[in-house]
Ligand binder design. Structure first.
Ligand SMILES: Nc1ncnc2c1ncn2[C@@H]1O[C@H](COP(=O)(O)OP(=O)(O)OP(=O)(O)O)[C@@H](O)[C@H]1O
Ligand SMILES: [Mg+2]
Length: 241
């Protein structure tokens, strides 16, 4: 039976009358790339913040590797790497020095591992430049390197390709495929349906906090030209009721 890496059960979040996430239930299995889709304001970042114990759910629960995550107990997140929003770094330190600082948190991360992740994200050439001289895409790459540093078994990425050029996006696709081939599970939110279609096994579509559809990409594509056509049809449906 496939191992359940992430389980959201009836997860809800309200902000003063705004139902940001409503009764969301989904499961992500080991080694898959799961795409979390939805238009602006759908509730993707709110959901990811609850998974990471950064926001307290109004209702429901989050389980990672079969253990509950709450803002008070984030122990199951030790094997999770995450990239949410613009990553923050010490601007006057190099990319490599920033990773060295982070590495102090993890006894198993040595200089060779730092060099390896810098290579994985394509930052070798810029590794010894100050982070403040990095472009948006380079900062995003360094954020990804930081998320990968401790060899997480689950990687949670909120819009990871924002700021990346087409080459960077293609590299990200390759990297995600390599990681899943190594058994890492990826939970990825994105607006870039074409990207998601190429790398994800299953997707869920969230709209106004509600789960509209989920399933294997191949099944959802049935009867639709591509994931974008499916997505447009899915989010148009409720407003016609
Ligand atoms: N701290 C907050 N206080 C009040 N409302 C919030 C807060 N954070 C999010 N919201 C609201 O919750 C809803 C979901 O927002 P969220 O950021 O989760 O959407 P998203 O799917 O990540 O959108 P995007 O694609 O634009 O990143 C929106 O209506 C947003 O205005
Ligand atoms: Mg968001």
């Amino acid at each position: 039976m496939p191992e359940n890496v992430l389980r959201l059960s009836h997860l809800s979040k309200r902000f003063k009358g705004v139902k940001a996430v409503e009764n969301l239930t989904l499961e992500v299995q080991v080694g898959e790339c799961f795409g979390f889709l939805g238009p602006n304001g759908a509730g993707k970042t709110t959901t990811i913040s609850m998974i990471l114990g950064l926001l307290r759910p109004t209702g429901g629960r989050v389980e990672v590797f079969g253990r509950p995550v709450t803002p008070e107990d984030t122990t199951p997140l030790r094997e999770v790497g995450a990239l949410v929003g613009a990553p923050g770094f010490y601007p006057y330190l190099s990319g490599r020095a920033n990773l060295r600082l982070l590495a102090r948190l993890y006894p198993t991360v040595n200089e060779a591992r730092i060099a390896a992740v810098l290579g994985q994200v394509g930052l070798e050439a810029a590794a010894d430049r100050k982070a403040k001289t990095y472009s948006t895409g380079m900062k995003q790459r360094l954020g990804l390197a930081a998320a990968l540093l401790h060899r997480p078994r689950l990687l949670i990425l909120d819009e990871p390709t924002s700021g990346l050029d087409p080459v960077g996006m293609a590299e990200m696709r390759t990297l995600l495929r390599e990681l899943t081939a190594d058994g890492v599970t990826v939970f990825l939110s994105s607006h870039l349906l074409h990207e998601v279609e190429q790398v994800c096994d299953r997707v869920a579509v969230l709209h106004r906090g509600q789960l509209l559809a989920q399933g294997p990409v191949a099944n959802l594509l049935h009867g639709h030209q591509d994931l974008e056509a499916f997505f447009m049809a899915a989010i148009a449906a409720p407003s016609q009721q």
